[in-house]
Each structure stands twice: as C-alpha cells, then as structure tokens.
Design a protein around this ligand. Structure first.
Ligand SMILES: Cc1cc2nc3c(=O)[nH]c(=O)nc-3n(C[C@H](O)[C@H](O)[C@H](O)COP(=O)(O)OP(=O)(O)OC[C@H]3O[C@@H](n4cnc5c(N)ncnc54)[C@H](O)[C@@H]3O)c2cc1C
Length: 188
C-alpha cells in the first residue's frame, strides 16, 4: 500500500530516503511470505521517500511530498477500514518517530493498494511487484521471453526473466533485443 501525501510545510526529521524497520523482524516476514499467516500488519516495516528534499519541482515552495510504502502480502481483503487503520498507524508511528506533527500539514492525500493495482493494471491478486523470486519462478522457470504460442511475439518486463525491479527489467529488454537480432540473423 502506498500513501501519497502533499504537505504545506517542510518536515525536518526526514531525509530523501528513510527506512523504518519493525522490531519483530521474523513475524514481519512471515505475514508477508507465508500464505498461511498472510494478514494486514499491526506494526509493519515501511519506507518513506521525500522527493522534494532533493527535487524542488516535486512540491510547491515551502511544501513537501511524501511517498509512504508498506509491503503487504498479495490478495488480502482490501477494505476502506483496513486502509484507514494502517494509514492512521503509519502517521502515528511516523509523527512519534520524527517527533514532528504531519497530519495538520496534509493538503492532499491519496492511497493506492491492492484493488487499485488490480483495477488499473489487471494485476494478479492486486500485486504491485509481479511474480516473486521463489525457486520455481526464477531463471529457467520464469516465463520465457519468446511466446510459445504466437510466433514473433516477445515479452519483456518484470514478469519475465530475470525479474523484478527497474535494473532487472532493463536487462530483460536487452536480452529480448539480442534474441530478436539473433533470430533475424538466422533468417527465422
Ligand atoms: C510502489 C513500488 C515501488 C517500487 N520501488 C522500486 C525501487 O525502488 N527500485 C526498483 O528497482 N524497482 C521498484 N519497483 C519495481 C519496479 O517498478 C518494477 O519491477 C518495474 O517497473 C517493472 O517494469 P515493467 O516495464 O515490467 O512494467 P511496468 O513499469 O509496470 O510497465 C508496464 C506498462 O504497461 C502499461 N500497460 C499495462 N497494460 C496495458 C495495456 N493493455 N495496453 C497498454 N499498456 C498497458 C502500464 O500502464 C505500464 O505503463 C517498485 C514497484 C512499485 C509498485
């Protein structure tokens, strides 16, 4: 789940990148990766990005833009109440951690989570990150670049080899380009 917050004043206690890690590390991972324990977290680890710290065009003068990202297991029931509870917890935790109020400075706010990823991107179970890198979804077992059904159709991006993340998806495109050139040279 991602919160996008526009503030009408500066936040002193945050840098461009801030990672806030929960103390209960093991159970934090369990509710993300163990399907039997998957749940909305009470007290998650999360990441806060403040692009306006280094990019003055990211917010009006004197303001700040916050991007708050919480990893969640895919396919959880996405209800306004659950979102609201987590949003309130995050703001409580952030305000307490940096010892600065944030709520009273919020002038714009958006939340983006499972149902939005599903509606806008047709994402399976509302996943933001696509196929995870488990053994059977890695390397040879990840979906192939070349379509097995339609000739001359190629796929690239995070659902294919090598995987998730901007660097990986760029590598994926490079691999596809090489494959297409090889095919053309071979006259196929
Ligand atoms: C919140 C979040 C934070 C992330 N943070 C990082 C990070 O810090 N570092 C990092 O390396 N990676 C990060 N990632 C992962 C990274 O963004 C993805 O792995 C990467 O963008 C995948 O690239 P892609 O080209 O495969 O797909 P996308 O970037 O999703 O591009 C697919 C495009 O296809 C379009 N599209 C979909 N369906 C259709 C259609 N039917 N017709 C036309 N167009 C269509 C979509 O609108 C979209 O523009 C993050 C992802 C999320 C969601």
């Amino acid at each position: 789940m991602v919160l996008y917050l526009g503030l009408n004043r500066k936040v002193e206690g945050l840098a461009h990148h801030t990672l806030l890690l929960e103390k209960d590390w093991e159970s934090g991972f369990d509710i993300l990766f163990d399907p039997e324990k998957a749940a909305w977290p009470e007290s998650p680890s999360y990441y806060v990005n403040v692009p306006s710290k280094t990019d003055t065009t990211a917010a009006p003068p004197g303001g700040e833009t916050l991007f708050v990202l919480v990893p969640l297991a895919p396919g959880l029931p996405d209800t306004p109440d659950r979102r609201q509870q987590l949003r309130d917890h995050l703001l409580d935790h952030l305000e307490a951690t940096i010892e600065e109020p944030i709520r009273d400075a919020i002038v714009s706010e958006r939340c983006f989570a499972f149902q939005d990823f599903a509606d806008r991107y047709n994402a399976y179970r509302g996943t933001a990150l696509g196929l995870s890198h488990t053994l059977l979804q890695t390397a040879l077992w990840r979906p192939a670049h070349r379509s097995r059904k339609v000739s001359n159709l190629y796929y690239s991006g995070h659902y294919t080899h090598p995987g998730i993340g901007v660097p990986m998806t760029l590598i994926s495109s490079q691999i596809v380009v090489k494959e297409i050139i090889q095919e053309q040279r071979a006259g196929r």
